[in-house]
Design a protein around this ligand. Structure first.
Ligand SMILES: O=C[C@H](O)[C@H](O)COP(=O)(O)O
Ligand SMILES: C=C(OP(=O)(O)O)C(=O)O
Length: 346
């Protein structure tokens, strides 16, 4: 055969480590597994309404520096314990970023921040960090964006998200139907909630899903369906955290036989990407909680050690503990946010 008709626009860079090889390097210990299984059960009870606790998914927009993320986790872990009677605090550990057009796609894709795309190193850094954080007794949350890389870390994740840009994607719904953790679906970037309601329903069904197995063999999986899919209101062209928007969304869930309990993202479209506005959104949510709202199962916040964001220059992020993607609340505001949520919970 002398003529080639495919692989004309791609070239091999390197072989990918297998999930099994990576988990041999960074194994899931019994302590970590207890953190994961305990948090998943807690979150499931919150989503069904069996528990009155508030789920709080909080942490950086993206992880770019494992040392800074671990320093943040070491601050957050004692607060998870302190507020455990009313809040279920889970750290955002986002390693894959969906981009509106192009941009840095996260620690797994480009761990050195310089376009060298050392994916095997990125996977190792991500898995090691998840082990370290779960070993602190702090559960972790992530967005599942890539169809392959989830297999390397899913055993260490207590809560998953499908993002606004992929909620309508059939393969992401199929992946969610297979995941062992509860999975939230964001409304669309334009504010469309219907696609997320459809996604929760689709993911609750069994599917045939093709994915690499833990040894990297392409495999046909039969999924069971995920009974803990739920809606995340993240705003769109306009915010959707107000009482009326939440009531309408809950009605939409109930109308199709789903639990009318949902998560509100304080950031993204709900804060119109102004990080400080997350506190204003939180005040409104606290007011709704004090008035006895049964629809708000949880919130998500973007928070790091330093407030705001920074640009990466020549592959370097100068400020320790500051986001390189969306701007985040700083630590002092994050502490205030958690105290405010705790006080609002009856
Ligand atoms: O949460 C992060 C961003 O909002 C998301 O990745 C999109 O980013 P972009 O619009 O800067 O590409
Ligand atoms: C990308 C994110 O959110 P969204 O999908 O809502 O834009 C995120 O939470 O990091």
């Amino acid at each position: 055969m002398s003529l080639h008709t495919d692989e004309l626009r791609s070239r091999r860079l390197a072989a990918l480590i297998t999930p099994h090889q990576l988990s041999e390097q960074y194994p899931l210990s019994d302590t970590m597994a207890e953190t994961v299984l305990g948090a998943r059960a807690e979150i499931e009870a919150i989503l069904t309404g069996a528990s009155d606790k508030l789920l709080v998914i909080i942490g950086p927009c993206s992880i770019h520096d494992p040392a800074a993320a671990l320093a943040y986790a070491e601050r957050l872990a004692p607060l998870r314990a302190r507020y455990a009677d009313k809040l279920c605090i889970v750290m955002r550990t986002y390693f894959e970023k969906p981009r509106t057009i192009v941009g840095w796609k996260g620690l797994i894709n480009d761990p050195h921040l310089d376009g060298s795309f050392d994916v095997n190193t990125g996977l190792g850094l991500a898995r090691k960090l998840l082990c370290d954080i779960n070993a602190l007794g702090l559960p972790t949350a992530t967005e599942f964006l890539d169809m392959v890389t989830g297999q390397y870390i899913a055993d260490l994740i207590s809560w998953g998200a499908i993002g606004a840009r992929t909620t309508e994607s059939q393969v992401h719904r199929e992946m969610a139907s297979a995941l062992s953790c509860p999975v939230g679906f964001k409304n669309g970037t334009d504010g469309n909630i219907q696609i997320a309601l459809d996604a929760v329903r689709a993911a609750s069904h069994p599917h045939i899903f093709c994915s690499p197995d833990k040894d990297g063999r392409m495999t046909i999986y039969q999924t069971d369906g995920n009974p803990y899919g739920h809606l995340i209101l993240r705003g769109g062209k306009a915010p959707n955290y107000d009482e009326e928007s939440i009531r309408q969304a809950a009605e939409g869930l109930a109308a199709v036989g789903l639990s009318p309990r949902l998560v509100v993202d304080l950031s993204h479209g709900n804060s119109q990407k102004q990080h400080q506005r997350q506190l204003l959104v939180a005040q409104d949510i606290c007011r709704q909680l004090r008035r006895g709202s049964r629809h708000i199962a949880g919130i998500m916040a973007e928070s790091f050690i330093e407030p705001g964001r920074q640009e990466v220059v020549n592959g370097k992020a100068e400020v320790f503990g500051q986001s390189i993607t969306d701007a985040c609340l700083g630590w002092t505001d994050s502490e205030q946010l958690l105290e405010m949520l705790y006080q609002a919970e009856s």
